[in-house]
Design a protein. Sequence first.
Length: 193
Amino acid sequence: MSPEYDGLCLLYAHHALSRDKLYAVKILGWARLANGQTVAILPWLNAISRCIDLNDPESGQSQGYYDPRSGSHFSETPPHHLAALDAMSHYSSTTAVIQEIPDLIGSHAALLGDNQQFLLEPVISWRLHKDGRLEAQVADLSLAQHSPILAGDECLYPVQQEANFRYFFQYHIANQIKAGGQIATRALSQLLT
């Protein structure tokens, strides 16, 4: 994986929201697949998705990529990510976790807590396993011994393995929910129940 440090976004259509505009969501990083293909990835609903697989206009259809700093629209992997992935492909690891990157896009995991209350936990990092699994790591604060909590900390655990895990949200949606916005809170409640 090559983390997305420049804030590049996926552009996508979502006809359930509007047929007249495109939406942008930050990319987590770029991944080299076993077949040699390079794809952008991001947390999408309850999984990690390859941007090219988002092909349903009613729930999200990829329309290429966007650089908010320059305003440019593009469809190919940026050359610096290709170079980074080429270099990393020569690195071999014998450990189960071959890479861990910090979450740079403000991902949050939504979990269903006691009494059907929802919890939003910030994703600290993402662990790439040798078998290709990418797992979001959140902190068990009761085990935290250091502050701030960084990638690789012993208090981190893979949130997707939790039975009460439901969805991922990026920071702007998570902040709307935390602020108690009625529309965002109502939508989250419908998703979690």
